[in-house]
Design a protein around this ligand. Structure first.
Ligand code: CO
Ligand code: CO
Ligand code: CO
Length: 349
């Protein structure tokens, strides 16, 4: 253990920014000025579809999957932070149906005031996840910054015909989610010293788990669409799927797996700003049940770090895929389905 005396990594975020993802509403106006994908036929997935990663065809057999993700510490243990940041960044390659190949570290660290062993532990945590993913660290870049940040740029490969996007779901498909939600409320609660060490370990393990097994298991099934659930929350990413695929989505609230104590901690006020922003962004396109209170509506929108895959699978194969995921140790559940009703919206039942 190299934790510097009295230093909590999560307390080092500077005032003014939360270190969380910039929301879709803010991003939209900024990104709309960038070139659209039509200009290069080899760009199979670009920035115009709100997908997890870019996909660029090299030849008939191979396309590159490229993505980058970094953020401020969300847990205090540096090794765990490194693991989570790596699992989170690599996840976007899995969500596109790809295999991660190489990674670059992105480091911001207050090198003159924080013990160097903390950075070493962050990098070691990431390196362990990278090797678990079967990928190779090829380099990185670091800057001296009073607020620590860490993440990875990841390059993967996928067959051009086997790219999974959030735009392929079809009416009738069942939706499988491969990790429980509630991570945003719990990580906010960590910063406010509300969790026991066992509870911190539980949510850390969920975030540090690679989506590798889930991605490998789904490979042989008739999966029409896939994305991973991260900063925009389950509702935000499901809505991107509904819009991208031009389907309606129905989600059974009672089937959505939630980590322990999330509701209780949300009632105490530990709902992150990112979660409330997510709610405001999606609420016009989500029909919540009339009797569902504000807290449960927020929880379905809870900002996630390193969440599970949201998989749209042919209904005839859903039960078998679910069984194989569960037998492989994945915390998967069927949470809803795609419909031909009210395309581009979500109904919660
Ligand atoms: Co993603
Ligand atoms: Co991402
Ligand atoms: Co450089």
């Amino acid at each position: 253990m190299s934790e510097q005396e009295g230093i909590k990594l999560t307390s080092l975020s500077s005032k003014g920014g939360c270190g969380c993802k910039i929301g879709p509403a803010d991003l939209k106006g900024v990104l709309s000025h960038l070139a659209a994908k039509g200009e290069n036929p080899n760009l199979l997935v670009g920035i115009d579809t709100s997908d997890d990663a870019g996909v660029y065809r090299i030849n008939e057999e191979t396309a590159l999957v490229q993505t980058v993700d970094f953020f401020t510490p969300i847990v205090d243990d540096p090794y765990s932070f490194g693991q989570i940041a790596a699992a989170n960044a690599i996840s976007d390659v899995y969500a596109m149906g790809g295999k991660p190949l190489t990674v670059l570290n992105i480091v911001a660290f207050p090198i003159s005031t924080l013990d160097k062993s903390i950075l070493a532990d962050i990098l070691r945590g990431a390196a362990d996840k990278v090797s678990e993913a079967g990928a190779t660290l090829v380099g990185g870049h670091s800057i001296d910054d009073k607020e620590p940040k860490f993440g990875l740029a990841v390059t993967g490969v996928v067959h051009p015909d086997r790219v999974r996007t959030n735009a392929g779901a079809r009416p009738g498909d069942k939706l499988i989610l491969t990790k429980p939600i509630g991570v945003g409320v719990l990580t906010t609660s960590i910063k406010k010293d509300q969790l026991s060490s066992e509870e911190i370990e539980r949510v850390t393990t969920v975030m540090a788990t690679l989506n590798k097994t889930a991605a490998e298991v789904m490979e042989k099934y008739e999966v029409h669409g896939c994305t991973d659930v991260t900063g925009f929350g389950l509702m935000g990413h499901a809505l991107e799927m509904a819009k991208g695929s031009n389907v309606g989505i129905t989600i059974a609230c009672a089937s959505v797996p939630m980590l322990p104590r999330v509701r209780e901690l949300a009632e105490k006020g530990f709902v992150p700003g990112g979660t409330k922003n997510n709610y405001l962004h999606v609420k016009g396109a989500v029909a919540f049940p009339e009797n569902m209170d504000q807290i449960d509506q927020w929880l379905l929108c809870d900002a996630v770090t390193s969440g599970g895959l949201l998989i749209a699978v042919h209904p005839a194969q859903a039960e078998e895929l679910l069984q194989e995921l569960v037998q492989s140790g994945v915390e998967a559940s069927i949470i809803g389905e795609a419909t031909d009703q009210q395309a581009g919206t979500i109904v919660i039942v």
